[in-house]
Each structure stands twice: as C-alpha cells, then as structure tokens.
Design a protein around this ligand. Structure first.
Ligand code: 6PG
Length: 252
C-alpha cells in the first residue's frame, strides 16, 4: 500500500485536490474498464468537493458522468429526505446537478425500520453490481471518507461491533454514543478499493489524526486506522489545522 499525507492550506484547497483525484481516477477507470465506480463520503467536509464537481466547468466537463456509478460509504438510519441523510447531502450538492441517471446512483435505504435489512439489501446490490460470489469484495475505483474527531470513519465508531464484521460488505451498526443505528461499508470492503482518499479538516481532529497516522495501531480506539487498501493507494488530504500536530506529511 502506498500512503501519501498532504497537508493543505484549507478546506477549499482540499476540495480542489480531491476533485482532481476524482477526475483522474474516473478517466483511468473508464479507460481501463469503461466504468468508474466511486463511493461518496457522508458528513459535512465533502460538501465542498461535491459542489466543485457540480459547478466548476473545467472539472465537471472532464468527468465521464455517463460511465460513472455512485455508491455510498455509509448512511444514517433515516430516509433520503431527512436532514441527516448522506444521500440527501450528496444529491443537493452534486447528484441533482450532474448528468447521472437514477440507476447510476445506488443509495443505502436508511428509511427501512430495520437497519439490518437496509445493510443486507445494499450488500446484495453490491454483490450483483460487481458480479461477486458470496464472501468476495467489490473493488471500488475510488472511495472518499472523512474522519471524526475521535477517529471514526464511515460509520465504524470506536468500540462498535462493525469493526469486526469480516466476510461482509455492508452491515448495520448500533452507535451507543449517538443512540442511533447506522449502515456502513465494512473495513474489508473499503480496503479492497483501488484508492481511498481521506478528507479531514479542523483543529478538533488534530490529536485523533496524530494518533491515527503516528501512534500505535489501535483500531478499536481509532477505527480510521483500519482503512489501508490491500492493493491500492491511500491519500490523506488534511488542512493545516487538522495536520498541526503531524511530524510526517508533505506540507504544500
Ligand atoms: C457520516 C460520515 C462520517 C464522517 C465523519 C466526519 O456519515 O457522518 O460517514 O464518517 O465522514 O463523521 O464528518 P465531517 O466531515 O462532518 O467532519
């Protein structure tokens, strides 16, 4: 695994760099396989990236949207119109503004009363979309993720069951501190990706980020440490505030 840590000025700079990564990965994937399969991150940090891809003519025109398939890394246990929905956030910022047909976007059905059913159904869709046998993992071309200020990523929170979900692609995960169910890709599914890009901003994440990148391997405490592509590229895009405690990394 090739790991790159880039410490950039601010969130807009991270969005620009992440958008370049999106365009390059999309063009390479389409050139090789005539399809680009990308996983979008939830939360708030990726909004700037999605806005940029939808609104910057130079970037937008370079994306082979007609050959792009969009998936989600995780979802809250809410419907697609709920304010907390990652699907709603991505739709408002990008998916509703770029030339994607509905069947090019695969969302996690957080509206199901039973989060396990939502996870199982998402897993079934991925198995069929990637033409996999049970137990095999999808190889996403590009997977965007964020990190919480306590080191969670996707909906893999410290001390939660999903950290140990092997042999699965997607699972539901009870997160006690949120008193909420989540649906998430598992770490093995994420690690099968050709490229994982973390986008992390804000001083409140600096200590957890130092722990993840420079501390001992303790994924129970810092689940972001689980995301290391088995055969691919790992790119950390962090702003100066989040990266203020790092001794490694390329400061641009
Ligand atoms: C979610 C995300 C989650 C997010 C981090 C960082 O559903 O919230 O999957 O893992 O990436 O919590 O969130 P921010 O980008 O809002 O800081």
């Amino acid at each position: 695994m090739e790991r790159e840590i880039r410490i950039l000025a601010d969130a807009p700079t991270i969005a620009k760099r992440a958008a370049q990564e999106f365009v390059e990965a999309a063009r390479a994937a389409v050139c090789q396989r005539n399809v680009f399969q990308v996983v979008l991150a939830g939360g708030s940090t990726p909004r700037a990236l999605y806005d940029l891809l939808a609104s910057d003519p130079a970037l937008r025109s370079q994306v082979p949207w007609d050959k792009t398939q969009v998936f989600f890394g995780d979802e809250r246990h809410v419907g697609p119109d709920h304010a907390d929905s990652n699907f709603r956030m991505a739709t408002e910022t990008m998916l509703s503004k770029v030339p994607l047909k509905a069947d090019q976007v695969t969302r996690i059905k957080g509206e199901y009363r039973d989060a396990e059913q939502a996870a199982n159904e998402y897993e079934e869709v991925l198995l069929s979309r990637f033409k996999l046998k049970a137990g095999e993992l999808p190889r996403f071309d590009l997977l965007f993720v964020g990190m919480g200020n306590e080191g969670h990523t996707l909906s893999l929170f410290p001390g939660t069951r999903a950290l140990h979900a092997y042999g699965r692609i997607a699972v539901h995960n009870w997160v006690g501190k949120l008193f909420a169910e989540r649906i998430t890709l598992t770490a093995p599914a994420a690690c099968a990706a050709a490229e994982i890009v973390f986008m992390v901003t804000g001083a409140d994440k600096a200590l957890a980020l130092k722990g993840v990148l420079e501390g001992p391997y303790e994924p129970e405490q810092l689940p972001a440490q689980l995301l290391r592509p088995k055969d691919g590229k790992l790119l950390w895009l962090v702003d100066t505030a989040a990266g203020s405690m790092l001794s490694k990394g390329i400061r641009e």
